[in-house]
Design a protein around this ligand. Structure first.
Ligand code: DQA
Length: 150
């Protein structure tokens, strides 16, 4: 069984109480349960993580690269939070590993402040999703299954 790795960046541990008008009222634990259900549907094992630290996310992407090389990775769903808009290191980590990665945002970043319109992740990602709310995580896992069939 291949693993879908769902990585969450800074402040996503605050889901549920953080700007609910933007991000909704579901917690990160709720999102994990949603992902678990989607993974069960597609026959993936779920590895779900969150960190507020850029280097930890880089290390996890490297780990995904090793899993991918072993033929054990279904793909990665990454909500890099604010690092989306700042991190060359995450861009390089994705490119360096050759993993299939979906960039995900709960909110429609393009309908928000101008500083959220640029992403360092997008040029390195296989696909980009924004604005579906937390339901986007389940859609992204379905997307990984779709990409695997390409
Ligand atoms: C976010 C959008 C980012 O701009 C923001 O910094 C986040 C969350 C989203 O899921 O909509 O932390 O990635």
């Amino acid at each position: 069984m291949k693993t879908a790795l769902v990585l969450n960046g800074p402040n996503l541990n605050l889901l549920g109480t953080r700007e609910p008008a933007v991000y909704g009222s579901q917690t990160l634990a709720d999102v994990q349960a949603l992902c678990q259900q989607a993974c069960a549907t597609h026959g993936f094992a779920l590895d779900f993580r969150q960190s507020n630290h850029e280097g930890v996310l880089v290390d996890w992407l490297h780990e995904a690269g090793r899993l991918n090389a072993a033929g054990e990775l279904a793909g990665v769903v990454l909500n890099a939070g604010a690092y989306t808009h700042t991190s060359v290191a995450l861009h390089d980590a994705i490119k360096g590993t050759g993993i299939a990665l979906i960039e995900l945002h709960i909110s429609n970043v393009h309908a928000r402040e101008a500083f959220r319109h640029h992403s360092y992740i997008s040029p390195a990602a296989r696909a980009v999703m924004a604005g579906f709310g937390v339901q986007g995580y389940a859609l992204a896992i379905s997307g990984l299954a779709g990409l695997a069939g390409l």
